[in-house]
Design a protein around this ligand. Sequence first.
Ligand SMILES: Cc1cc2nc3c(=O)[nH]c(=O)nc-3n(C[C@H](O)[C@H](O)[C@H](O)COP(=O)(O)OP(=O)(O)OC[C@H]3O[C@@H](n4cnc5c(N)ncnc54)[C@H](O)[C@@H]3O)c2cc1C
Length: 426
Amino acid sequence: MSALNRREFTALAGAFAATSVSPAAPAVAARHGRVVIIGGGAGGATVAHHVKRAAPELSVTLVEVQKRYTTCFFSNLYIGGFRSFRSITHDYAGLAKLGVEIVHDWAMGVDTARRTVALRSGTTLDYDKLVLSPGIDLKYETIEGYDPEVAERMPHAWKAGVQTRILRRQITDMPDGGVVVLAPPPNPYRCPPGPYERVSMIAHYLKYHKPRSKLILLDPKPKFSKQALFMEGWEQHYGGIIEVRLSNEVQNQRVVRVDGNRMELETADGETLKAAVANVIPAQRAGQIAHLAGCADGDWCPIRPSNFSSTLVEDVYVLGDAAIASKMPKSGFSANSQAKVVANDIVAALAGKKRFPPRYRNTCWSLIATNNAVKVGASYKAGEKLVEVTSKFISKVGEEASLRARTFEEALGWYDSITADMFAKG
Ligand SMILES: Cc1cc2nc3c(=O)[nH]c(=O)nc-3n(C[C@H](O)[C@H](O)[C@H](O)COP(=O)(O)OP(=O)(O)OC[C@H]3O[C@@H](n4cnc5c(N)ncnc54)[C@H](O)[C@@H]3O)c2cc1C
């Protein structure tokens, strides 16, 4: 008991009271244990699951605008024809069954002094601990002529759902011989290897269905994640289909302007390209609610590496893509790993449970061709100021086909386990 501070003790007492038969008891627990989570994706859904499972006496409310969540992870496989849309779309029934209150609404604002969240429907939610995992917003304004309406013709497909379907349909509908232009964002952005897995998946589709077509990669960066592995795979499987254009001292391939009616893209060098399909992925920032809550410093949200609590606002955690997690990439795996630390910190603070030392992990698998996947990953610890790498690994160029096939099997297993963990399935 001496290890608990006064607030934790009060919360613990409330939690114990809640298990007694007094009808007034749940109100005591509710007063001391209200957790509100905004964003039911890789970070937020996992927090909801683990808080509720570890401390059922706490009230856990998950605010998520969408009724069904389509994962960005494996959305490239859908675009390439390797997965169905249904297989990457999930609902919140498992979390609801566990006792998480699911509110399908849009969080409009946070009053951090009163500790309330305002929803579009007019409802106000009180919290003791608030978790923000809103993912990303796209900085449309960084590309002249690009906006949400033009994105229906030149999809980014960097938030999965309708956008992903549009891109897939455009690729299957385009004429054989048409050019696909794929313009990745500048750093930092959601899923560093994501654009290059997408290049692989689209090239795979073109190879078998539109053999006279090609794909031009217009990258604003001089290098990219798992580059040697992707380049090897593209040469082996998609020779003549993919044209890679990186930016360097000599050329600047950043897309600065688009014309959605003419399907044209202009680079910083002044070249204009005409596309049958233009996959334009702009620069990104933390989801709007993180900014409205006062948690952002610039585009992203600073956090304490020990528990992903905001350094700017008390009793608020920011995790997933919205957070500045130093060397930890913005990935679903990272968000899920951070979520378990956040959940543990919350149940320690509000329900008096044991607080474990934080440990973080990430692995990003990418499918290059049929049964040919590569991976990169690392383990991390909480340093004083930064999340620090403790060990790391990456697939090697020239690996045996059997190893690549096993790596793909691992990816399939990971997908099933992360989605079961996020949505409390099974
Ligand atoms: C093409 C692609 C491929 C990827 N592949 C992989 C991969 O293989 N492996 C991997 O680990 N990661 C992958 N990722 C990255 C991964 O999808 C993200 O890093 C992850 O989803 C981040 O989780 P999050 O909780 O921060 O945000 P999200 O998962 O985006 O969740 C945010 C949720 O918050 C909701 N929301 C936002 N604001 C509000 C509001 N104000 N009110 C209510 N609801 C709100 C949104 O509707 C959304 O559902 C990929 C990404 C892309 C684009």
